[in-house]
Design a binder for this molecule. Structure first.
Ligand SMILES: Nc1ncnc2c1ncn2[C@@H]1O[C@H](COP(=O)(O)OP(=O)(O)O)[C@@H](O)[C@H]1O
Ligand SMILES: [Mg+2]
Length: 337
């Protein structure tokens, strides 16, 4: 595993981080308006790989979309501030300024991104469109890089560029999504479940390439996953989300060796040990959070918590410092020490 120290060593550019403050995002649904993120404050460190982890519905995609001010109706960012080097408060950007940073400051591939490919255009033509729409000085050179990336990811570069999306397998489309995310040499690259359609072998190969390019380009990388194994292998830092709250954050090695929040412990115990005894794994009790039934008061995790106390019913746990430079929000943390 690479360490935060390694990725923080300055090489060419200082990199770009994110300072997220008091971020709240709601979705209007037919059952009412619910907060999918509530008062999230978090620093994403420049030049680190940060993993967002949590069960489905915990708010990982919403946090990543909000970080680039890309939330669309029925979602709404109702509060917060997000600062990034050279960009200012991202939540204040609009129109052309916002469009420009989507691609140049942020490179991204979102879940089920094959849907955002144009079915009527070859991949190469779409890559050129993207390069031109951002005023790239040498779109052809970028296309050549894209071809090389495709080859590094185990595909036939010429074939990929001349294909339509329907001619590619799910795993190839996923890799093409990553190429789009890297095309404009953005400083911050967000990959939302980038390897879920891949078999184990291709997953390993693609993760390795993501790590290599992260280092080569001095990127700030956010990788969203529900797989603690991917976090263990890839991430310098990890952000654990539950029901729209960051419940724990810290250096990956610290969090994995000494998880403080009972939800983090549950996620870790739910995966077989790295050495691989399936019978070791204990599925997390209870079902993933449903925004409509999250209690308004107290701790959102208490119904599933093995160390619940009476204060958890009445008071929402506040962030406390943990792992030296991370945080945790749990009433039981001192009790568990
Ligand atoms: N377009 C939407 N409309 C209504 N609710 C949404 C929408 N997108 C996400 N949500 C809700 O927001 C919560 C967080 O979703 P999401 O960010 O997609 O979580 P994750 O990526 O961790 O699976 C979930 O409860 C989900 O149902
Ligand atoms: Mg998601």
């Amino acid at each position: 595993m690479s360490t935060a120290e390694q990725t923080l060593t300055p090489t060419t550019s200082p990199g770009a981080g994110l300072k997220i403050r008091n971020l709240t995002v709601t979705y209007q649904t037919d059952r009412g308006r619910f907060a999918a993120l509530k008062d999230v404050s978090l620093d994403i460190r420049p030049r680190a790989i940060t993993g967002f982890i949590g069960e489905s519905g915990s708010g990982k995609t919403t946090l990543a979309m909000a970080a680039m001010n890309a939330i669309r109706a029925p979602g709404l960012i109702t509060a917060g501030r997000i600062e990034s080097e050279g960009v200012g408060d991202i939540l204040k950007l609009k129109g052309e300024n916002l469009r420009r940073i989507h691609g140049q400051h942020f490179g991204f591939v979102f879940q089920a991104s094959s849907n955002s490919l144009n079915p009527l255009k070859r991949i190469g033509a779409q890559l050129l469109d993207l390069a031109r729409s951002h005023g790239a000085k040498n779109p052809t050179a970028l296309l050549h890089e894209a071809k090389q990336l495709a080859e590094r990811m185990g595909m036939d570069g010429d074939r990929v560029l001349t294909s339509y999306q329907h001619e590619l397998s799910g795993g190839m489309r996923q890799r093409v999504g990553i190429i789009f995310a890297l095309l404009l040499r953005a400083k911050i690259v967000i990959l939302d479940e980038p390897t879920t359609a891949l078999d184990m072998l291709s997953q390993q190969a693609v993760l390795e390439i993501i790590r290599d390019i992260h280092k080569e380009r001095g990127l700030t990388t956010i990788i969203i996953t529900h797989d603690m194994g991917v976090v263990a292998e890839m991430a310098d830092r990890v952000v654990v989300l539950y029901a729209g709250r960051v419940v724990e954050e810290g250096a990956t090695a610290d969090v994995l060796q000494r998880p403080m929040h009972p939800y983090t412990r549950g996620l870790i115990h739910a995966i077989p040990r790295i050495t691989g005894d399936l019978s070791d794994a204990q599925p997390l009790a209870g079902s993933p959070p449903d925004l409509a039934t999250i209690p308004e008061k107290g701790c959102v995790f208490r119904e599933r918590c093995p160390v619940r106390m009476s204060i958890c019913d009445t008071a929402e746990p506040q962030y406390q410092t943990a792992h030296q430079d991370g945080l945790v929000a749990c009433h039981g943390v001192n009790a568990n020490d």
